[in-house]
Design a protein. Structure first.
Length: 339
């Protein structure tokens, strides 16, 4: 019989059977080709010799130790089940009609596909993250929101708490750690990277991870982003949000290589909420159209003052006396003539 069959018959690990073969307790009766591994061969041992060892005290101790090890490993691999919670429905006044790119990105995320959403600031990328978190709570799965800045993490924590309740939301940053076992967890990028490297068991119940501001800020932050993508568990769905990735095609190609799975791209080039300029002149706010007349009037008034001063100074340029007081003595010309 094969070594793995002998291990199952004895109730011990395959490594212990190999130790018995190397120590000469079990003799090799033949070899066989391992399926799928070219050039590799396994050992064949005598079934009679294995049956003789089954009742030995040393094998019994190894059998008990192996059973304890399997139980510990099973408990460690067992995914924690998060309780389902009741989500308060949105009131009528807060309901919005999502745009096409929001529905598209949300659909990819709920299907378990990694998504890269590139949209201008104010387009509504956070709406996608909120809906993914709501879906995770309804399904009893974990949700992680990672952002590069502590201030942004604190802001999202307040928003998620107001929407889903304080018992369902936690935050872990370098300064704050509140309710870290909550189903909806807000963390910084470095915290999530550290979980992927040292505490992967904590991510067993997590279904979605939203990575906000997904771009490289500097060398240190770029390394944290890269390691977060590379070491994220394969069962986790990544939803990456950013507004400043000009070479998103190169980034998607690298993500597909690192994750070994396709990544869906949703790109929005037009800004749904346009930016409008406002001008402040002497404490009043003007639009871009009305400020032109105001600036023109101020320029004409300045030119008129320059002309008046030039005439009063008898041809002197105003730049010669800009530092003087305008309320000069009316008789200063007479004093000048006397000198």
């Amino acid at each position: 019989m094969k070594t793995d069959e002998a291990a199952r018959l004895l109730g011990v690990s395959v490594g212990y059977v190999r130790e018995l073969v190397k120590s000469g307790v079990l003799r090799i009766r033949g070899t066989y080709a391992v399926c799928g591994v070219p050039g590799r061969k396994g050992w064949l041992v005598s079934e009679r010799d294995v049956l003789v060892l089954r009742d030995s005290p040393e094998v019994e101790l190894r059998r008990q130790a192996y059973a304890v090890w399997k139980e510990v490993r099973r408990q460690k691999k067992e995914k924690p089940s998060l309780p389902k919670v009741e989500i308060r429905p949105l009131s009528e006044r807060r309901r919005i009609r999502p745009d096409g790119f929001q529905r598209e990105a949300l659909g990819y995320a709920l299907e378990g596909r990694d998504v890269l959403l590139v949209a201008p600031t104010g387009a509504g990328k956070t709406w996608v993250a909120e809906q993914v978190a709501r879906h995770a709570l309804e399904r009893g799965r974990g949700f992680v929101y990672a952002s590069p800045l502590k201030a942004l993490s604190n802001q999202k924590y307040r928003g998620f708490t107001a929407r889903f309740g304080a018992d369902n939301v936690g935050i872990v940053t370098g300064d704050v750690c509140l309710n870290p076992q909550a189903p909806v967890l807000v963390v910084t990028t470095e915290i999530y990277r550290n979980k992927c490297l040292t505490s992967r068991a904590e991510l067993d119940g997590v279904g979605w991870v939203v990575v906000d501001e997904f771009h490289l800020l500097d060398s240190d932050r770029g390394r944290a982003w890269e390691e977060s993508v590379i070491f994220s568990p394969r069962h986790v769905t990544l939803v990456c949000l950013s507004a400043t990735i000009p070479n998103y095609r190169d980034v998607v190609g690298w993500m597909e290589w690192a994750r070994e799975k396709p990544v869906e791209v949703v790109v929005v080039e037009e800004r749904p909420v346009p930016l409008r300029w406002r001008w402040t002149v002497r404490g009043k706010v003007y639009t871009e159209k009305t400020v032109k007349d105001v600036v023109l009037r101020l320029r004409r008034a300045k030119e008129e003052r320059e002309v008046v001063r030039w005439a009063a100074c008898r041809g002197w340029r105003s730049s010669w006396y800009d530092g003087w007081d305008d309320d000069w003595d009316d008789n200063w010309d007479d004093d000048w003539d006397d000198d």
